[in-house]
Write a protein that binds this ligand. Sequence first.
Ligand SMILES: [Zn+2]
Length: 116
Amino acid sequence: MRGARFETSSDVVRWLQSEAAGLWPALLGSLSFRRSPCVRENCPACKSGEQHPSYVLYGRQKGRRVAVYVPEELVPEVQRGLDNGRALQELLHQAAPRYVKALKRERTKARKSKKS
Ligand SMILES: [Zn+2]
């Protein structure tokens, strides 16, 4: 394996593609848990203060915040997507300096070979 110090920009792209391959679906947003009252009169859950648990996904569409109700049985799947999204974001952050460093090394090499 080539060390990160000597990798080329296409090595970085290949690394990024292979790392990202296992991260789908990748989602960004936040999943929140809340308890809210219902509209029924004399509801035991509401009376006891327990209320009704539900999950809501907050995301953005065209710059506007949107909230989508998430049924409890879909929570693990949505959570996995959000974990993937964070991992992918972390990966893209790591990729940026590595890619730029590789481009700079390639530029230096290209200049040297032009002179000789
Ligand atoms: Zn209720």
